[in-house]
Design a protein around this ligand. Sequence first.
Ligand code: SF4
Ligand code: SF4
Length: 201
Amino acid sequence: MTEISAAVKKAIRYNIVQNILKHYKCPDSCGAHCCSKGQIHLFEDEMKMLTILDSVKAGVIVNADIYPGLYLMSAPCSFLNRTGRCDVYDKRPTVCGLYPFKVNSSGNSIGLQPCPIGFSIIRDFASWIVDSSTKSGISEEEKLRISEEWQKNMELYASELEEFHFKTILKEMQIPFDELEMLSMFLTSKNAKKIRNALSK
Ligand code: SF4
Ligand code: SF4
């Protein structure tokens, strides 16, 4: 891996995102939507790696013309195989390893798309926030406000998830990096399992 990918991965908290994503699985019904629609941006070293792996499939990669060293592949991705799996999973570009998280320009948060997996993460995030607030020393009014706020948020993201296949833009949730790290720690805790089990009943 070249320095640019390593530096970008560090800046966007790639390892934390990976730790979160390992708790979720894409439903087969989604049909690898993220690899089939839109555009996939990649760095020069990633473009070179894909070219080494399969120069014919990588032949569709073009210069993105928006930033030096940034390349572009139009979906459906040529590395998506007939069974809906990625042929280069272990070497997939950074952007693929992040999805449904998406980088923004704020430098202190990351976006989360409410696709099926993204919605599950948002739901667990909401449970964690509401659960934490009920155990904290804040007033009952404040606890109620937080609970109602997240109820509304979940309705919004549920409506985004509905028929998301047909939408070009989804309203994404912004997660500050410090909360992202705490969510990651929460998901690996035993408490998370208890809350998620209770939710699925
Ligand atoms: S990340 Fe989201 S859009 Fe992509 S395959 Fe998984 S559930 Fe579908
Ligand atoms: S490289 Fe793999 S993960 Fe990325 S878009 Fe292509 S098939 Fe999907």
